[in-house]
Design a protein around this ligand. Structure first.
Ligand SMILES: Nc1nc2c(ncn2[C@@H]2O[C@H](COP(=O)(O)OP(=O)(O)OP(=O)(O)O)[C@@H](O)[C@H]2O)c(=O)[nH]1
Ligand SMILES: [Mg+2]
Length: 483
């Protein structure tokens, strides 16, 4: 989609459906002639003019406001025309069609009024804003995140990224890195003085403080990405433990079927819930056991697939059956399989359900971490709860936030993406390499210089300097049309 980035483009900018106002937006390098032809007069820049929008025969389609933003002072940096009509789908389609038709009309010189006007692709207006240096890539992503925000926290932090706070921190890192690179590159040209020179210029100290600074930005970026992307939490355990009841209790709605019959859930049931503004994608699965039932077996296989892809597992046990040796043995089997199949970094939280059925002393005595999972993140202090009464649910929510790595709803958080986290981690790897080089006797300066260069390339990919067209295509195509 980057190939045709010189064409003028048009789209309905408002959401589909009915509304008080709907907007058709046109962006292109030279719109003045088009504006005159379409509306029958010139418009004062950035001033709303009330007028009729007419079809090619002069009959009005609607009356509304037209605003003309000559570039570069516009959203895209090009000339932009906004037509604000009534927000009905038919009116807006007619207006859109009228724009396309007007563009094809012939001028006195027999050229089209606006050659090449076409429908915009998703995100193309914002992409132009990026191409024309109105915003950087991280800000462009923040626009999409602001539109998609499903919580107040996400919206506020997207807004902060959009205003450039995240980009500014990345910019500060880049400035420090560029300064260090200058030193090293200069040293390459005068090798006889190399080490002395780097020492005097405190290259060591600069690299150290750069690493510290990166650590802080990375931590904040991880929080921002968590706020945007959340984590995937899978509820697993034996049939009848109360997994579906727990999902329903966390979601506050009867989503999954609950019955006393073991083996009720077959297919996974998924719901995104918010805890302190952090989205958690919670998945209820089929109870794990050996089964002769074909359908149930497929469900159990799917449960294991979900578990393998989880960011955190809630391993649910039925307290009321903890005196039953077979039940306990089956739980141990599942614990062993979990330990074998999922990465040690994935937390498993032991939850003991149906606390309403057990006496408090009994609960404490029975809530032992299961041996195969001992030492794993999340298993330190097992929790008891009752999905039926809601007792203990808050502690489960807090534990989930904790294993997700959520610090607190820190003020001033900016939204970020996994892409940004990965880029910063790559910067970190290169800085560590650079650090290692600098701290051996007779450092290989060319390797040091190269590591710093790679660090900068990774950093630049966040704000979009020298980012490949493929990546740009992926990012902008996820926008809505008209943005
Ligand atoms: N007393 C009590 N009963 C509960 C609690 N949680 C669930 N139950 C009951 O336990 C039974 C099984 O609950 P489900 O939520 O369907 O259990 P499940 O783990 O999803 O079961 P499968 O889908 O068969 O794997 C139902 O009769 C629930 O009402 C609880 O906290 N206390
Ligand atoms: Mg169930």
């Amino acid at each position: 989609m980057l190939a045709r980035h010189n064409d003028p483009i048009v789209a309905i900018a408002t959401a589909p459906g009915r509304g008080a106002v709907g907007i058709v937006r046109v962006s292109g390098k030279q719109l003045a002639g088009f504006v005159r032809h379409l509306l029958g007069k010139d418009l004062k820049p950035r001033e709303a003019t009330y007028l009729p929008f007419r079809d090619s025969k002069g009959a009005p389609i609607d009356h509304g406001l037209a605003i003309y933003f000559p570039g570069p002072n516009s959203y895209t940096g090009e000339d932009v025309l906004e037509l604000q009509a009534h927000g009905g789908p038919v009116v807006l389609q007619l207006l859109l069609a009228r724009c396309l038709e007007a563009a094809q009309a012939r001028t006195q010189a027999d050229a089209p009024v606006l050659p090449g006007l076409r429908l915009a692709e998703p995100g193309e207006f914002t992409q132009r804003a990026f191409m024309n240096d109105k915003i950087d890539l991280a800000q462009a992503e923040a626009i999409a995140d602001l539109i998609d925000a499903s919580t107040e926290a996400a919206a506020r932090s997207a807004s902060r990224s959009l205003s450039g706070e995240f980009s500014r921190e990345i910019g500060e890192l880049r400035d420090a890195l560029v300064h260090l690179r200058m030193l090293v590159e200069a040293t390459l040209d005068f090798p006889e003085e190399e080490i002395d020179f780097l020492q005097k210029a405190d290259a060591y100290g600069q690299l150290d403080s750069l690493r510290d600074q990166l650590g802080l930005v990375l931590a904040r970026t991880q929080q921002g990405a968590l706020l945007r992307e959340g984590i995937k939490v899978v509820i697993a355990g034996q049939p009848n433990a109360g997994k579906s009841s727990l999902l329903n209790a966390l979601a506050g709605a009867e989503l999954a079927i609950v019955t006393p019959i073991a083996g009720t859930t077959r297919d996974k049931v998924q719901q995104t819930i918010q805890i302190a503004g952090v989205p958690l994608h919670v998945i209820d699965t089929a109870g794990l056991r050996d089964s002769d039932d074909e359908v149930e077996r497929i469900g159990i296989a799917r449960a294991w697939e979900e578990i393998a892809a989880a960011d955190a597992v809630l391993f649910l046990h039925d307290l009321s059956r903890m005196h039953d040796a077979d039940y306990v043995a089956a739980d141990l089997d599942i614990a062993q399989t979990l330990a074998d199949r999922i990465a040690p970094s994935i937390p498993v939280i032991d939850l003991w359900n149906k606390a309403d059925l057990a006496a408090p002393g009994v609960i404490a005595a029975q809530m032992q971490p299961l041996a195969p999972l001992a030492g794993r993140k999340g298993t330190e202090a097992p929790l008891s709860l009752s999905a039926r009464t809601g007792e203990g649910l808050d502690a489960v929510r807090q534990r989930l936030l904790q294993v997700a790595g959520w610090q607190s709803a820190a003020e001033g958080l900016y939204i970020a993406r996994a892409r940004h986290v990965e880029a910063l981690q790559a910067v970190g790897v290169h800085l560590e390499e650079a650090h290692a080089q600098l701290n051996v006797p007779g450092p290989a300066l060319d390797i040091l210089a190269e590591e710093l260069r790679l660090a900068q390339t990774a950093l630049n990919s966040i704000t979009g300097e020298f980012t490949s067209d493929d990546l740009l295509g992926v990012i902008f195509s996820s926008f809505c049309i008209g943005k």
